[in-house]
Design a protein around this ligand. Structure first.
Ligand SMILES: [Zn+2]
Length: 184
């Protein structure tokens, strides 16, 4: 019986032999319901199932390096590699600090510097610190919080990271364009 490993929940599920021995098209995961495109030849999966309806968010005004981290965070979140997602979110924020010239020896002090220089508000400062906290991995796996990161934590951290990066790069650009229209 052909079996697959779901690209979303990473659990395996079986497909009826008759209909799926040689098959190319969509299947639904029996565990989580995620729709994915697969190709089976003589009962063997070719490549990896590709999740359907999965669109990566791109924040055009942000530097490519930041977008690369965001892509990776989104993919990790989609396939439920939660620890990897929050680590990538933290990395994206560190890149924002570097891009904006924030100075400091730790990410904590860089974020504070970003706030002092007016790039983020007091509310955003809290948000930034919360993301920093979640994605922080210690020198010893037993000392960090990553082991406890759930699917919900990962989704929330990703959502807030995307919100922050939009706020810093996309919103000022859109505001500038709107203002230019009005004052033309
Ligand atoms: Zn699944």
């Amino acid at each position: 019986m052909p079996y697959l490993i779901c690209s979303k929940c990473a659990k395996e599920f079986y497909l009826p032999t008759q209909a799926y021995w040689n098959y190319s098209g969509d299947v639904t995961c029996a565990n989580c319901g995620a729709l994915q495109t697969v190709s089976l030849v003589n009962g063997e999966l070719q490549g990896t199932p590709i999740l359907k309806d999965f669109v990566l968010v791109n924040i055009f005004q942000a530097p490519i390096e930041i977008n690369k981290d965001l892509y990776e965070a989104q993919i990790c979140n989609a396939v439920l590699t939660n620890k990897a997602c929050v680590v990538m979110c933290r990395r994206a924020l560190e890149q924002v600090c570097n891009d904006k010239g924030a100075i400091g020896r730790s990410l904590y002090s860089k974020i504070k510097n970003l706030y002092d220089n007016g790039y983020i508000s007091a509310d955003d400062l809290n948000l930034f610190n919360e993301i920093r906290f979640f994605g922080n991995y210690g020198a010893h796996p037993s000392n960090d919080l990553l082991g406890d990161v759930t699917e919900e934590d990962s989704s929330l951290v990703l959502e807030l990271t995307l919100h922050m990066i939009r706020h810093i790069y996309e919103i000022p650009d859109k505001l500038r364009r709107l203002r230019a229209r009005r004052t033309k």
